[in-house]
Design a protein around this ligand. Structure first.
Ligand code: MF3
Ligand code: CO
Ligand code: CO
Length: 270
């Protein structure tokens, strides 16, 4: 993290390393989608992510990060983020966000998706597809000269138009040598406000969208964030690079995400 809230501009060499680590994280996330089904535990997911991360020559950044005990976050249904993998068994109709962050040659790549377990309910589809589409709209704002506030404005406008709410307590973040660098990327905001984006910035956008209200509380494990009202919550995350012409999705996937991208036309994206 740089002092005084200054945002780091990555060099060409750093950008190449960010491309590599982000691509490896994206591959792990794609493979997780094949593992998800009713009857497995969130620990099974962690075991898979841990092994797969190491197999790609990376380290799992969450493990021992500020005392976090596992290699990924698994956030089921009303869990907003930072769910700790454990004995919880996935049931038909659940939704689960799996958030993976890899470290490779000193750089971080951070990405997450919400997956459907078995057959989803209408409510599960609504909140999950709202989260997926709101990330896409946020990403579309990313180009040199745009304002940080444009990202949050685009996300908030869409999510609220679908009757959902946007979590305030957790934000996207700059990323590079540090897991969490400046700037903080709010998922709510006002058009035309905030600092301007510049080529060479790398940061995440990771909106958490709730079916009910945006309030969250933290469980006694000091990590798990749940919706205050018990409503469903969904999240997607990409690591992005601001280019001279727009944006590169560093954690983009080459194929459709198993157990997740199963409603391709839910909201037209073009
Ligand atoms: N991957 C999360 C993020 O998107 C951070 C997880 S911190 C952990 O920023 F310690 F819970 F892993
Ligand atoms: Co992140
Ligand atoms: Co993450």
């Amino acid at each position: 993290m740089l002092r005084g809230g200054a945002v780091d501009i990555k060099t060409a060499k750093e950008i190449e390393l960010m491309r590599e680590v982000c691509n490896l994280a994206a591959q792990t996330l794609s493979c997780v989608g094949d593992v998800i089904r009713p009857g497995i535990t969130t620990q099974d997911i962690d075991d898979f992510v841990h092994r797969d991360t190491l197999a790609r020559g990376c380290k799992p950044a969450p493990l021992n990060y500020r005392g976090f005990p596992k290699s990924c976050c698994t956030s089921v249904n009303e869990v907003v983020c930072h769910g700790i993998p454990g004995a919880r068994i996935l049931r038909d109709g659940d939704i689960i966000n799996v958030d993976v962050t890899h470290i490779y040659r000193g750089y971080h790549g951070d990405t997450s998706a919400t997956f459907y377990v078995g057959t989803p309910s209408e409510r599960a589809i609504l909140v999950t597809e709202a989260a997926r589409h709101s990330l896409e709209l946020g990403i579309r704002q990313v180009r040199p000269g745009a304002r940080l506030g444009d990202i949050g404005a685009a996300i908030q406008e869409f999510a609220e138009s679908k009757g959902c709410s946007v979590v305030r307590q957790f934000v996207g973040h700059g990323i590079g040598r540090g897991f969490h660098e400046d700037p903080q990327v709010s998922h709510v905001g006002q058009w035309g406000r905030g600092p301007r984006l510049k080529p060479g910035m790398t940061f995440t956008i990771e909106p958490m969208i709730n079916l009910g209200s945006w309030e969250v509380r933290i469980l006694d494990d000091d990590w798990t964030a749940v919706t205050e009202d018990g409503s469903l919550s969904a999240q997607f995350e990409h690591t992005l690079l601001v280019t001279t012409t727009g944006c590169e999705i560093l954690t983009a996937r080459s194929m459709r995400l198993p157990s997740s991208e199963i409603f391709p036309d839910y909201w037209r994206t073009d």
